[in-house]
Write a protein that binds this ligand. Sequence first.
Ligand code: CA
Length: 221
Amino acid sequence: MRLLVVEDDQLLGDALQVGLRQAGFVADWITDGISAEHALATTDYVAMVLDIGLPRRSGLDVLRRLRAGGSKLPVLILTARDTLDDRIGGLDSGADDYLVKPFEMAELAARLRALVRRSGGTSQPCLVHRGIELDPAAHRVSFRGRPVELSAKEFSLLQVFMQNSGRVLSRHQLEEQLYGWDDETGSNTIEVYIHHLRRKFGRDVVRTVRGVGYLMPRETA
Ligand code: CA
């Protein structure tokens, strides 16, 4: 669950990156509007946290241009206190939600989870698939009613598969969701994590589609 965070305040940006990581997201942090557009053009994000007052290009301009290009990326804007115009302008420009600074990290994480959930076409807080139940808020997974211990990356990978069941995902797409710019990626780590998931949830939980990628088969009714 890779997010783009655009915030020019160093202290807040740093806190956002750390806090969102603790909440189970991967967060890339950018400090100006032009760099944000470059990042959006080259990386696949599940959502964006966007400050309004930014150098080089304002958050509202970034948002308008994003929507003009047809993007449906969930966007949560951050606005200063007492700036009703910013909030209205942001929502009218295509923001999905907003928070007024200062805010609680736990609330930001919960709102982002809700946005990502809705953009995936479901309002269910828990993901359920063939006996696997994944609770993004509590960061818990169970299989056939029993709790399963997963590493942070295994959890993220399982979540990406559950949100995209029935779709083939390339290794590159999976890596994009699992790693931020600051993370080191080994050459075969995705395969290792998939191996772990198969060991914990059964061989067929994720299928290899030769030469293309990996697939969590859609649940058959
Ligand atoms: Ca700012």
